[in-house]
Write a protein that binds this ligand. Sequence first.
Ligand SMILES: *[C@@H]1O[C@H](CO)[C@@H](O)[C@H](O)[C@H]1NC(C)=O
Ligand SMILES: *[C@@H]1O[C@H](CO)[C@@H](O)[C@H](O)[C@H]1NC(C)=O
Ligand SMILES: *[C@@H]1O[C@H](CO)[C@@H](O)[C@H](O)[C@H]1NC(C)=O
Ligand SMILES: *[C@@H]1O[C@H](CO)[C@@H](O)[C@H](O)[C@H]1NC(C)=O
Ligand SMILES: *[C@@H]1O[C@H](CO)[C@@H](O)[C@H](O)[C@H]1NC(C)=O
Ligand SMILES: *[C@@H]1O[C@H](CO)[C@@H](O)[C@H](O)[C@H]1NC(C)=O
Length: 522
Amino acid sequence: MYGMLDIEWCQSRGEGDGMWYGARVILLAALGLLARPSAAELDKKFNITIGYLPSITGERRDRQGLAISGALSMALEDVNNSTKLLPDVKLLLKWNDTRCDTVTAIRMLTDMTCSGVVAFFGPEGRCHTEAIVAMSRNLPMISYKCSDYQTSMLSNFARLEPPDTQATKSVIALLRYYRWNKFSIVYEESWVTVALTLENHAKKNNLTVNHQRPVIDGFKCCEEKMTCCAPGFWYQFIQETKNRTRIYVFLGSTAGLIDMMTAMESLQLFAKGEYMVIFVDMMTYAPKESLKYLIKTEDRGTTLVCPKTNWEMPFKKRAQSLLVVVSSEPEGSYEVFTGRVRDYNSMKPFEFPVPPALLEKSFNKFVSIYAAYLYDSVKLYATALHKLIEEETTYKNETLDYKKLMSIASNGTLIVSKMIHITPFKSVAGMSIRLDERADSEGNFSVLAFKNYTIEDIKCNASMVAVGHFQQSGKEFPEYKLNPHVPIDWPDGVKPEAEPSCGFLNEKCPKDDSQITSLVLD
Ligand SMILES: *[C@@H]1O[C@H](CO)[C@@H](O)[C@H](O)[C@H]1NC(C)=O
Ligand SMILES: *[C@@H]1O[C@H](CO)[C@@H](O)[C@H](O)[C@H]1NC(C)=O
Ligand SMILES: *[C@@H]1O[C@H](CO)[C@@H](O)[C@H](O)[C@H]1NC(C)=O
Ligand SMILES: *[C@@H]1O[C@H](CO)[C@@H](O)[C@H](O)[C@H]1NC(C)=O
Ligand SMILES: *[C@@H]1O[C@H](CO)[C@@H](O)[C@H](O)[C@H]1NC(C)=O
Ligand SMILES: *[C@@H]1O[C@H](CO)[C@@H](O)[C@H](O)[C@H]1NC(C)=O
């Protein structure tokens, strides 16, 4: 059955359509059928086709297809026009909308595989099953938006979006920097892998995990009428843990974070500035969204209420007791890039209409960092392929033929391991990108803290702003670097400690009976 389907689907794989026209010209010339090939004819390149699996329609609200696809056609044009990168190769494109659906994505993937596609870019959202299907033919799959941790294990898979688990290395670097060697992990169920990774990293770094507690995300609690929906849930949770910890790392939604901090506030934990909360946000930092960690969306109304400099003390102390580890914002050159992405979106082959509201400047902000990841993934693939061809031909003193090219371009393990070797790589968004040993982007994370600081996008004079970032050090854990111009305002003027000086149970300051006696006698 499979065999028959295979034949039906795939009998034409890789035949004909990619043939090097120039090669045929030379062959004909050698046979004496042509006097002399013209320069234009010799200029013909080998054609290879890549597959793009965007989410253009479908159920995911954060699907990117309409906004970023131009980054792909732009990358192809840049590579194809380049005289340095893959001068003998022309990259062609096949694409189809996966509609945010795994089954649809796999159908497209198998159809494209059969039509001779050499490598895949995408899919968005979930990608584990798709990556396994590509692996069954050892075809490279490079994702620009998929943080499924399981996919890391596959040797044909690389990704430019750092998986959730990468952020944990930065959390560890932060904890170590401030000598918070004891902390508690609180996580929503969907973050269980990240929580386990964090716990593992903590062990490696001799950090003590005081508690490791799952909570159910508030929305689900209430939808399914569970006990955790009750308003007292968080209160009780904090009550139970507060005597044995000072530092909480929360992994989950911003709504959960706010609920937890509200309970901490009502238990007066922020009054003396002794507690800290560390939150991990996998979304890229956007200044205009920087109050989302402190004020719930539904409470914000349509117009954002800005914190004032003389904002009531409880709120300020609470806000100062929070640090957020977040994907860094891209740098300056990004604006030019997003303008080009917009142009390519509306050009062939995509020809997506630009919604009128998104014309002008505001569009730049609408083009997410995923556009850069998409562009970079094509560039990185092309660079890896170029290097491999060079090794195959120059060093071995052989000429490139179509068969050899296809066998390199479609060899997933070969391409992906080369991609790892050629990083760090300068992203089109300005930052430098490194793939780790599993071909996962290491990411570039920053730390946010509450400061009186004017943010133009929201015209507020206090918000969560970057106070430091993590620098990849070539070691397993990045190094935390403070921004010397933006010091942290600790809630009570001093950095909280991981443990009271006498220990959680006063065990480090045993009651000295003789002293008490002598005091009494005096
Ligand atoms: C690439 O080459 C084509 C054809 O020569 C040209 O029309 C196009 O403007 C070039 N694109 C870039 C980005 O240089
Ligand atoms: C953890 O502690 C062990 C034993 O005390 C020591 O050998 C190791 O170097 C420590 N690791 C780190 C990362 O500090
Ligand atoms: C925590 O400590 C306070 C004050 O020391 C005490 O009243 C309370 O019972 C303790 N709570 C727990 C759960 O141990
Ligand atoms: C490469 O091959 C060509 C022809 O096959 C030969 O003339 C040349 O000397 C070779 N160069 C090296 C470095 O082996
Ligand atoms: C793919 O590359 C690997 C080396 O990474 C090699 O062992 C394998 O034979 C190649 N596969 C094909 C089909 O060329
Ligand atoms: C990481 O991001 C920060 C802030 O955007 C930037 O200053 C730094 O150069 C970036 N680091 C790397 C290695 O790209």
